[in-house]
Design a protein around this ligand. Sequence first.
Ligand SMILES: Cc1ncc(COP(=O)(O)O)c(C=O)c1O
Length: 321
Amino acid sequence: MVKPTKYINMNGSLVPWYEAKIHVLTHGLHYGSGIFEGTRIYYNAEENQTYIFRLDAHVDRLYRGIRVYRFDTDFNVSKEEMIEQSIELVRENDLREKGYIRHIVYRGAMYEVPERGKSGSFGLNPFNSPVDYAIVAFALGAYLGEDALMKGAHVTISSWRRIEHQSVPPSIKASGNYVNSMLAKMQAVLTGFDEAILLDYRGYVSEGSGENIFWVKDEQVFTTPLTASILPGITRDSVMQIVKDLGYPMKEDNITIAQLLTADEVFFTGTAGEVTPITRIDHVKIGNGVVGPVTKRIQQKFWEIVEGKDPKYEKWLTPVF
Ligand SMILES: Cc1ncc(COP(=O)(O)O)c(C=O)c1O
């Protein structure tokens, strides 16, 4: 459940939450031509400080998508301005709890907008539509539920395959990509699971509908490679660093379903999902079916870092107040 905050940033202006609306003839709505980001905010109660986690990395990924989908022809907001406006929005909404920022940049009106210098054309060609953007920030707890986060998620291997790079780039966080994730998520929810794992086009494990995947085997930690059609997760990158700093070998590798089922531990990483243990896959217990020691250590370190309790990782945090 999302509780409305005071303001949403639309094209650089703060507008009241309920007034942040778009027209039905918006290109992004019809064709999925949006690039978005999900970034976490964390609150440290002792310091009464809110931190944005890895804001620069999220904005960098957003702008990679903007380049690939050629929004840059009509978009001149700089990364620095996007960062500044994100901080301002969290501050103006006085968010002092665990939360989330959603950035979205999208092709707008498919009709004439003279004040934006656009003739507006109906149909797929996006170049006559302006590029609009919005930033929304709100409180958000555990994405897969508190139970899954603390005791482990029960997940299923989806019968839908993850999109692959020859059709649409899975490495870009484009709105249209998420119809694929949504099909997998619906199947998981309707069959009683917390989340889905998708295989890539070759049949190797790719990732969750909105999370990357890690596993532990013989005290070594693994994750699937970029070539397995994954989104290059920022939590994935952070956890790979944390794993190495904790002294475990960290490798990228392909994995089959059978290998995953027989791993010692499995967990998801994601901005929304954070570090979520997976204790059952299609009703098969992973290890002995409880949260494993390596996952627990990584999860605890992750929470220390995001709340600003480990100075070594301060570079990943942007203080808001
Ligand atoms: C498909 C997919 N994979 C992985 C992730 C995890 O990426 P990140 O850690 O950057 O949130 C996400 C969420 O953004 C996602 O949507």
